[in-house]
Design a protein around this ligand. Structure first.
Ligand code: SF4
Ligand code: SF4
Length: 391
């Protein structure tokens, strides 16, 4: 049994300065609105298919009046930003448009498989601060998981909407295959503004030789990052580790020291029927329900650090902050030992490796030499608010 995790003390205050007992930590909240649980693709590793969540509900069934009442009761005074999520969110464009019209001062992000991006009207594209486009690396790997021709279709659609998009374009790579190469990720870094990757949570993906192949790619990504002090190489997990090692308070400030994927602090995943869960991969677990839009209730996220989790004694903790709480919860609270051995431990090994690769190249010296513009991109990047940062 490990010692309990300890985090920076943090007592949020409301806008009037008095103590706020809200379940939301901090001053911002992300509403991840699942516009539909339908999808037009059948990706082999889809996490929403676990527990038969995918396809279990169609379009949103609560009304915007319900959402208004919920926001008024629980989120007054917070800076709100919305991520449209799914299934494939663009299958329910009228809902996206209606939310944007109802809450014009919110920030908006879209997470999409990219296949219908070119159908979005200019009025929607112009108001999106960031679009996360799911892609798996190169053409062969992406088409292998998503279906023939999908990679080219997505790249074509991205090029079509680029000039009409108000914000940034981020490739969201689920690093599923050990065959994904440095060149493939580097190519995405040229055609998108940013690349975010996350190691797939799939048993069978981390045999020792597969871990070694991923490490070789990580080394080259880190090497390329440190090759320039003028332009920041836009690979979010590498940027995030560098930022957190150079400016450790940034790793904790928006999350009260909890995980940077926001599930323990300030993200609400709202299912089409209005049920609220912290993590989109755990919507099949009733004990993870955190609230309900229609019944208008909200409690603190139940997905929190637990004394059984090994983070407290981990060399990466100060900058990793617990990476994926779902993985840690399944492995160390639910005691899924096969999942721990086959998924969670190898991913933690890769995260620690990434941190060591950054550390040995002296990120403080890089930051000291970097231009002011590069420092700003590294330190204050808005995209960190839209992704998990750690892989
Ligand atoms: S690498 Fe793993 S054990 Fe270490 S802090 Fe991150 S999630 Fe926790
Ligand atoms: S990183 Fe966070 S949001 Fe993503 S699966 Fe893990 S716990 Fe859920």
């Amino acid at each position: 049994m490990h010692a309990p995790l300890t985090f920076h003390p943090f007592r949020p205050v409301d806008v009037a300065g008095s103590e706020n007992l809200s379940p939301i930590v901090g001053n911002r909240v992300e509403l991840q609105l699942i516009t539909t649980l339908r999808c037009n693709l059948k990706c082999t590793y889809c996490s929403a298919s676990v527990g038969d969540v995918l396809g279990s509900q169609g379009n949103v069934s609560y009304s915007l009046d319900h959402l208004d009442a919920f926001i008024a009761r629980h989120l007054s005074g917070y800076e709100v930003y919305v991520t449209f999520y799914g299934g494939e969110p663009t299958l329910n464009r009228p809902f996206m448009q209606a939310v944007m019209d109802r809450y014009p001062s919110f920030r908006f992000q879209l997470q999409t498989n990219g296949t219908l991006l070119d159908d979005l009207p200019d009025s929607v594209l112009a108001r999106l601060s960031n679009v996360l486009v799911s892609i798996d690396g190169g053409e062969a790997v992406t088409d292998g998981y998503r279906g023939r021709g999908i990679y080219r279709q997505v790249v074509k659609n991205v090029a079509k909407i680029r000039d009409r998009l108000g914000g940034t374009l981020t490739a969201r790579v689920t690093w599923s295959s050990a065959e994904t190469t440095f060149e493939e990720l580097d190519e995405l870094a040229q055609s998108f503004d940013y690349v975010y990757f996350q190691f797939v949570a799939m048993e069978g993906a981390y045999a020792p030789e597969m871990v070694e192949k991923r490490k070789a790619v990580l080394s080259r990504l880190v090497e390329k990052f440190f090759a320039s002090g003028e332009r920041v190489y836009p690979i979010i997990p590498v940027m995030g580790v560098v930022r957190n090692q150079v400016l450790p308070s940034r790793a904790t400030e928006l999350y009260a020291g909890l995980t940077q994927c926001r599930v323990s602090s300030h993200i609400l995943n709202i299912m089409p029927d209005g049920k609220i869960f912290p993590c989109p991969d755990m919507m099949y677990m009733p004990d993870m329900q955190q609230g309900d839009i229609v019944a208008n209730w909200l409690r603190k996220s139940p997905l929190q650090p637990h004394p059984n989790m090994p983070c407290q004694n981990c060399e990466a903790f100060s900058w990793c902050r617990g990476n994926c709480m779902k993985n840690l919860h399944l492995a160390y609270v639910k005691g899924q030992n096969d999942y721990r051995r086959e998924v969670v431990e190898p991913i933690c090994d890769l995260v620690r490796f990434l941190g060591r690769e950054v550390e040995r190249r002296d990120p403080h010296a890089w930051y000291a030499r970097a231009t002011l513009a590069a420092r700003k991109v590294l330190a204050d990047n808005e995209v960190y608010e839209y992704v998990e940062i750690m892989p």
